[in-house]
Design a protein around this ligand. Structure first.
Ligand SMILES: *Cc1c(COP(=O)(O)O)cnc(C)c1O
Length: 414
């Protein structure tokens, strides 16, 4: 595989241009590595916690230790970290169904939620088993010019509002992700208006992008996926929930069964993968962010709208690029796939993914199926044909994949 002269020349230029912006993610990675190390020391993580358990798995010390560690690092009282969560959506849905009761209202503060969450909620995208079928009402506060409408929160919270959902990452939209400061301000305002309202953060793609997490700055509970940031590319599957003690407990009764909660659930693979991935996660996130900065530089250079720009501060690991046509979106994903370590021979095609309203195209030549902390790209087949690029276990690999994608896109005529 070789790149054209034009692509290589652009790469040289872009690498020089972005050099000043790479120091920031590197500094954050060092600080977060120290935070994880300190917590591992305080928790006294040891070889004894790497065992495998079976059956009900009562008194699984490895599982308990993983959860103690997650809670500590995320500044929360309690955690539920399980391979039994099939995905991030499952962990997020477990929070919603665990805490909300018929007659309660859920409010999304960040406009339309991520596609799969719309299916869980059931108003935009009706689905059997959704919150709507259980008599939970729903409202949302649209974002204003890509920002949360802080002043509008007081008009949308009602006595019935049991929970607000705050999505940190951009999802499949061109809005900005929230910063930790944004999340702190939202939680403060919600709690000022209604102290018992639960501030729930969808933390997908946000972990370790900053030096604090939402639960350390006012969020009551949050959830995410282990095959994104906190799994560090090593966790084979799973999800996590962290937050206030009684809220995580309620969620645990939904994950297993009322009365059982977090006391059961076998560690079918060694928790070593979870510990090791969590230890690597701050570094891997920095690699992904550096890759995203390079992608922004590269595509900005060849004439595409990118969000964010290379110099902008990041709140998640996602790089959005507006490609404009379906052909370019498909070509981009094909380029990424070709430079993947796994399934490099496959050509990605748009398909009807479960939980999504539009057809989705995905490039993911990953070791862990669909892991988007590994270098991957996807996007819904709808105008303006944005591609969302994320992950990269190494900056070097992300760079090569982006060159491949740029090469493929340049071959499509306007
Ligand atoms: C990835 C993601 C989810 C959950 O997706 P899964 O594929 O189920 O892990 C939810 N919300 C946001 C914003 C996401 O990026």
């Amino acid at each position: 595989m070789a790149f054209s002269e034009k692509i290589l020349a652009t790469k040289e230029l872009v690498q020089k241009e972005i050099q000043p912006y790479l120091a920031h993610p590197e500094a954050i990675a060092e600080q977060n590595t120290l935070r994880v190390l300190d917590a591992m020391r305080e928790c006294r993580v040891s070889d004894a916690h790497f065992g495998i358990t079976s059956g009900y798995a009562y008194d699984d010390i490895g599982r308990a230790k993983v959860e103690e560690l997650y809670a500590k690092v995320f500044g929360a009282e309690r955690a539920l970290v399980r391979s039994q969560f099939v995905s991030g959506t499952h962990a997020l849905a477990t929070v919603l169904f665990g805490i909300l009761r018929p007659g309660d209202e859920l409010v999304s503060i960040t406009g339309k939620p991520y596609d799969t969450m719309q299916t869980v909620i059931g108003y935009d995208n009706p689905s059997p088993g959704s919150l709507k079928e259980f008599g939970i009402s729903y409202n949302e506060l649209p974002m204003v010019e890509g920002k949360v409408d802080l002043a509008g929160i007081k008009n949308i919270i009602t006595p019935k509002t049991k929970m607000v959902e705050i999505q940190r990452s951009r999802g499949y939209s061109m809005r900005q992700p929230l910063s930790i400061e944004d999340i702190a301000a939202i939680c403060e305002e919600v709690h000022r208006l209604k102290p018992d309202c639960v501030c729930f953060v969808d933390n997908c793609y946000g972990e370790f992008v900053d030096v604090q997490e939402p639960t350390a700055v006012g969020a009551d509970i949050m959830a995410g996926s282990l095959i994104k940031n906190p799994g560090g590319g090593i966790a084979p599957t799973g999800g996590y929930i962290v937050g206030r003690d009684e809220l995580v407990e309620l969620a645990s009764y939904r994950l297993t069964a009322p009365g059982m909660g977090d006391e059961l659930g076998a560690s079918l693979v060694s928790n070593r993968h979870i510990f090791q991935g969590f230890f690597l996660a701050p570094h891997v996130v920095s690699q992904a962010i550096k890759g995203a900065i390079f992608a922004a530089g590269m595509f900005h250079h060849i004439g595409y709208k990118t969000l964010p720009l290379p110099e902008e501060k990041r709140g998640d690991i996602i790089q959005a690029i507006e490609l404009g046509t379906a052909e370019k979106l498909i070509a981009f994903c094909g380029g990424i796939q070709k430079y993947s370590p796994v399934d490099s021979f496959a050509a990605p095609e748009p398909w009807d993914m479960p939980g999504y309203a539009d057809k989705i195209i995905m490039a993911a030549g990953t070791f862990v199926q669909g892991a988007s902390i590994e270098f991957s790209a996807d996007g819904p087949l709808r105008p303006p044909y944005n591609v969302y690029l994320q992950g990269g276990l190494t900056y070097e690999h992300a760079t090569l994949g982006i060159l491949g994608a740029a090469e493929a896109v340049l071959q499509i005529k306007d």
